[in-house]
Design a protein around this ligand. Sequence first.
Ligand SMILES: O=C(CO)[C@@H](O)[C@H](O)COP(=O)(O)O
Length: 242
Amino acid sequence: MTSTPGLAAYPSEVREEVERVRALVCDLHAELPRWGLVVWTAGNVSQRVRVPGGEDLLVIKPSGVTYDDLTPESMVVCDLEGNLVDGSRAPSSDTAAHAYVYQHMPQVGGVVHTHSTYATAWAARGEEVPCVLTMMADEFGGPIPIGPFALIGDDSIGRGIVETLRDSRSRAVLMRNHGPFTIGRDAKDAVKAAVMVEEVARTVHISRQLGEPLPIAQSDIDSLYARYQNVYGQGDSAPVNP
Ligand SMILES: O=C(CO)[C@@H](O)[C@H](O)COP(=O)(O)O
């Protein structure tokens, strides 16, 4: 991890956006234990900060800090090579993975990683979650894919995430033997995907205890996805990976 000149090198509007995103990302980390997606510190959230005319930044939690102790000021700012730009603590151990996704998927504004139980159990088997629920068609446009086994510490995990999601409508990937990573338009959208991937992983697991879940026709999956992504709610948000 290499230090850089720091935030002073950036325009005031970028510095103001960093502080806004610090508060946002700090608050979103509370959603992980709230929705039962993490034990101890086993999850992280980041959001991209766009830098006009320059390389974007990311804001992510400090490594190993319990969620109750997180504050906006403790959030760490890094560049997209994972170098520290601003922060008094070491960034999440998954920073390289988040950074790689931001580098190679410019439409992605938020990344989340958890080890949520049911999604991680599917990851342990290296088995994708089949699209047998209308909620899956709505939210993911198909099955939840499996990414390759990759060790933490360099861009291997990030590379696996991008290779798996680049041509998928899914906003979630189950990294084999590790757990879910999700992407979104912003961090809140990625947190939603993390909540929903755990929910559908649990439901399909339970369904399979009593028989084989029934498939949904691809044309129906496409129709459900198009409606949910473009009409549902206030119809004001396009999918991050259409
Ligand atoms: O999977 C791992 C460690 O193997 C990480 O995702 C941790 O579980 C969370 O790490 P920090 O964000 O606290 O560094």
